[in-house]
Design a binder for this molecule. Structure first.
Ligand code: ACO
Length: 430
């Protein structure tokens, strides 16, 4: 069958170009716009990359209208119900679900790499006690490249693989160290004999000289949240990792760039912003006031945890988390008035014409903070939690990209709207 094309005609010259239409295995076809430049001498203009596919990828598929999210073909609902976070990470990175033997070996390797260098522990003392943990994460993760410079040759497959494992393994250790530093508690060494989530909770909350039995409910729900945040195709932070990586930067620097991009409230910073917003709203009588603020074009306020670039029906992750909220709060016997407030806010917003027209629904982070709060995780750590989970996706995309033949530096162009060329004026004449 011949390839479909899109014929583009220049209105003034009548010159035409046939643009090839590329078909993926699922989803919207994509037009190869190379000829815009090579034939017409034009760039394409797409601020925010609303209509641009930046790469080919086999990792994650999203159908935003139908609320579908697949990792390597597996629906998120099935992974969330039956999988573990490390199993999902293995799937994202390797393309297939692991056998029991493969998963055991993977867990063993991740557990074995979970320590951080003693010298790295001293980095934390350079941060003020009230430094935001995401600020520490960006710095400390980036600095990992200073510890593994013998094994960060991005052209060597073995170096790439061990870098990905190290990142996945050390993120919880670094994250917990950020928290312990902020409360002046000694760091806790990772335990390779515990599961990924149990180990993290132990590093966060155990007290020296005391036994800390990890609550299995807490470990289970953390596992669920990590699965739901593990990957989301070419979102802002993943695209940042890919862009940094296209220059040949080392993996730790690339992931640090991803962490920085995740921090913004329009992206992963939303989970922290949601709790702050709900606290500010305070009680249901104030909801109409905040809905009005969100609709007011002269007010920068937005309903945090609402809206998504891709999902225009519902975010399947939000549906799972909302359901989990009920179960977790009940099991942990944690009565959080913010959860009821969030439910009321959602109900009112979803009936409002402004939100209906714009297809604005709760996203993954509308409810995730309620669960983190119930687990005793402080609000400033919420985006760090996201970063731990998303490291699975970031590394999977980084590895995929590095395997691509003919990969080129990502270098967009621009529509220049500044002053045309002019002559330099000496300072006394300005
Ligand atoms: N509250 C009020 N209005 C909103 C909201 C919101 N949360 N989100 C979008 N809108 C409005 C916009 O103002 C715009 O209105 P207009 O058409 O009258 O100008 C319209 O809906 C379309 O929104 P865009 O800004 O074009 O949507 P975009 O795809 O660029 O942005 C984003 C998506 C960043 C998620 C946005 O919805 C937002 O800021 N939401 C709040 C922050 C948030 O929850 N971020 C987490 C996203 S999920 C994640 O990263 C894990």
């Amino acid at each position: 069958m011949s390839q479909d094309t899109l014929t583009v005609t220049h209105s003034r010259t009548g010159m035409t170009a046939e643009l090839p239409i590329l078909e993926g295995t699922l989803g919207q076809p994509t037009v190869d716009i190379n000829a815009f430049n090579s034939k017409f001498g034009y760039f394409s203009y797409d601020p925010g990359f609303v209509s641009t596919a930046s790469c080919k990828s086999e990792i994650t598929y999203i159908d935003g209208d139908a609320g579908i999210l697949l990792h390597r073909g597996y629906p998120i609902e099935q992974l969330a119900e039956r999988g573990t976070f490390l199993e999902t990470a293995y799937l994202l990175i390797n393309g297939e679900l692991p056998t029991k033997h493969e998963l055991d070996a993977f867990m063993h390797e991740v557990g074995g790499e979970s320590m951080i260098h003693e010298a790295l522990r001293h980095f934390f003392s350079g941060f003020h006690y009230d430094a935001h943990p995401m600020a520490m994460m960006v710095g400390v993760v980036g600095s990992l490249s200073a510890f593994y410079h013998n094994q960060i040759d991005i052209n060597r497959r073995d170096d790439r693989r061990i870098s990905a494992i190290r990142l996945l393994a050390k993120m919880p250790t670094i994250a917990a160290a950020c928290y312990r530093h902020s409360i002046g508690m000694p760091f806790v060494y990772p335990r390779a004999d515990r599961s990924y989530c149990e180990n993290f909770l132990n590093m966060m909350f155990s007290v020296p000289g005391q036994n800390y039995p990890v609550d299995p409910i807490a470990a289970k729900v953390l596992n669920l949240l990590f699965i739901l945040h593990a990957d989301h195709e070419q979102n802002a932070s993943t695209s940042t990792v890919r862009l940094a990586s296209s220059t040949g930067a080392n993996p730790y620097a690339c992931i640090a760039a991803g962490i920085a991009a995740l921090w913004g409230p329009a992206h992963g910073g939303a989970n922290e912003a949601v709790i702050k917003m709900l606290t500010e709203i305070g009680d249901s009588s104030q909801i109409p006031k905040f809905i009005a603020k969100a609709k007011d074009k002269n007010d920068p306020f937005k309903l945090m945890g609402f809206g998504h670039r891709v999902y225009k029906n519902f975010d399947p992750r939000a549906t799972i988390i909302r359901k989990a909220c009920y179960a977790v709060l009940e099991k942990l016997d944690f009565n959080d008035p913010l959860f009821n407030l969030a439910l009321e806010l959602e109900e009112i917003a979803l009936k409002d014409e402004y939100f209906i027209e714009r297809k604005l629904y709760p996203n993954v982070d509308f409810y995730s903070g309620i669960i983190y709060k119930a687990l005793g995780i402080p609000v400033e750590m919420f985006t760090v939690m996201f970063a731990i989970a998303r490291t699975a996706g970031w590394t999977a995309h980084w590895l995929e990209m590095k395997d691509e033949p003919n990969q080129r530096i990502a270098r967009p162009r621009q529509l220049y709207v500044g002053v045309p060329q002019r002559e330099y004026v000496s300072i006394e004449k300005r």
